[in-house]
Unconditional design. Structure first.
Length: 153
């Protein structure tokens, strides 16, 4: 039975940067986690996967913090959100598809992690190219500070 996987030993925490570095500000999640160093009980990695692929990869963790671009926030604003907050679902496709994937896994008997999203405001339309805009680049220290606070919570 699928639910039997819930008896597997769990890892403590993961911080995952989401985004595409070739889509300018969409790569902000990757830039935030780039400066973090792994420590005992913590895995840090980047992913371009979302939805069910990402949900399955995160099942071994107790808590997960996803760092992602958020076109629904003012550019450069940083917000810590719980995955599944319906008020923030509009305009945030990575979180919505992942929330649905975890919902399906939970219904099938899997233990799913507690998931938080560190959202960094980006323009509604991001172009192609590498590098972050100035306002998004300026948000990196605050975003990393929020990650550090989440890690000790």
């Amino acid at each position: 039975m699928l639910g039997e996987a819930s008896s597997v030993a769990l890892k403590a925490k993961a911080v995952v940067g989401l985004g595409n570095p070739d889509r300018a500000d969409d790569g902000v999640g990757l830039a935030v986690v780039e400066g973090l160093s792994p420590r005992p009980g913590l895995d840090v990695f980047a992913s371009v996967k979302t939805g069910m692929d990402l949900a399955m990869a995160l099942l071994p963790y107790k808590q997960v913090l996803l760092v992602d671009a958020a076109p629904f926030l003012p550019v450069g604003e940083v917000a810590l959100l719980r995955l599944g907050d319906t008020k923030n679902a509009q305009g945030f496709p990575h979180g919505v598809s992942l929330a649905q994937a975890f919902s399906w896994l939970r219904e099938m008997g899997w233990r799913v992690p507690e998931v938080w999203i560190l959202a960094v405001g980006v323009p509604a339309e991001v172009g192609f190219g590498r590098g972050l805009s100035q306002k998004v680049q300026e948000a990196l220290p605050k975003a990393r500070e929020v990650v550090e606070r989440w890690l000790v919570s």
